[in-house]
Design a protein around this ligand. Structure first.
Ligand SMILES: C[S@@+](CC[C@H](N)C(=O)[O-])C[C@H]1O[C@@H](n2cnc3c(N)ncnc32)[C@H](O)[C@@H]1O
Length: 329
């Protein structure tokens, strides 16, 4: 529903959006959240200039700013009159407009470059991944909490049904949860990771299928799985919100989405050394994506870092309403 605003407010919003670079910024942020540096690269403009435009857009309530370690990211405002006006304006613009099309291509190139760097990192480190994973987290505690979140309501020997692990890496989640599933499937973009996962899952005597696949476009049907997990994957991705939406799409009625990632932290070196794009996620951010995907947050557990240079891990469990609940509502 359109909310009424004063004419003065409308002028202020339209002024903020009514400038070529700022409109380009809005069109880009409508695609995904971006850091200032990424915006500078795509727009081909200096940081002071881009920052000035972003400040104006933020003051008019059209974009939101969120710091991530030493970086600052921007996204479109979640709601409000400004957001409605931006959505309406962008919907009117020809998608083939040459400048916006060029920006979208530049954005795709920046995303592809980042994905290629991350994949090269995983290809180099596939064999050592089991050890790298342990560097910053108390793995036993995290895994116990994952089991509790995934099986809490089931208890006993009940089966999970269909289980899909997105960004399966070397197959740790499949080894942990696969034995409880009727069918377990792991998807990953890295062939090197998949090769190791096949060997490790086999060694553990777990029956699981491993497929090459992209978390942004899994090509699996809606409501495919009773449990979907995304374990330590989101912080590498160009568009974590889109990955959560795709993961949630796969969750069957009554099923669970399990997201495990770092709480916000300040280990900047992880960007350079380990290809992290985001330094953790706030509860508010993940909750927003979960709710937008039509799921209800069921578990939100934080496991404190095991050492001074370790990281806190957060586990979110979100459920899709069972059909009976939906019919009753
Ligand atoms: C940090 S590893 C985590 C692996 C595993 N979930 C674990 O916790 O051990 C991240 C994994 O995500 C995979 N990945 C990154 N981008 C992906 C994408 N777009 N689609 C599928 N997998 C992706 C990487 O290849 C890598 O194996």
């Amino acid at each position: 529903m359109l909310m009424a605003i004063t004419a003065d407010t409308a002028v202020e919003i339209l002024r903020a959006a009514g400038e070529p670079t700022r409109l380009r910024v809005l069109a880009l942020l409508a695609r995904e959240e971006l850091s200032v540096l990424e915006l500078c690269r795509i727009l081909g403009q200096s940081q002071p200039r881009v920052s000035r435009h972003l400040k104006l857009l933020a003051e008019a309530g059209l974009v939101e700013r969120f710091p991530d370690g030493a970086w600052v990211f921007y996204r479109l405002a979640g709601s409000g009159a400004g957001r409605q006006l931006v959505d309406a304006a962008l919907a009117l613009i020809d998608p083939l407009d040459p400048e916006l099309k060029r920006d979208a291509e530049q954005l795709a190139a920046v995303d592809a470059e980042r994905a290629a760097d991350a994949q090269a990192y995983f290809a180099r480190n596939a064999a050592a991944w089991g050890e790298i994973r342990k560097l910053y987290v108390a793995e036993d505690q995290v895994e116990a909490a994952i089991l509790a979140a995934a099986l809490g309501r089931m208890g006993g020997d009940e089966k999970i049904g269909r289980f899909v692990d997105l960004g399966a890496g070397t197959g740790r989640m499949l080894t942990l949860l696969g034995p409880r599933a009727d069918r377990a499937l792991g998807l990953d973009l890295s062939h090197q990771m998949l090769n190791i996962a096949r060997a490790q899952v086999g060694e553990a005597g777990v029956e699981a299928e491993l497929r090459h696949g992209d978390i942004f476009a899994t090509r699996l049907p809606d409501a495919f799985a009773d449990l979907v997990s995304v374990h330590q994957v989101l912080h590498y991705l160009s568009d974590p919100a889109a990955a959560v939406a795709e993961a949630a799409r796969l969750v069957a009625p009554g099923g669970l989405l399990l997201i495990v990632d770092f709480a916000p932290h300040r280990l900047e070196q992880l960007r350079e050394a380990h290809q992290h794009r985001r330094l953790g996620f706030s509860g508010e951010e993940i909750a927003r994506w979960i709710t937008a995907a039509g799921l209800t947050l069921e578990t939100d557990a934080t496991l404190p870092a095991a050492s001074a240079d370790g990281l806190s891990v957060r586990i979110w469990g979100a459920r899709r309403a069972a059909l009976s609940q939906r019919n009753a509502a």
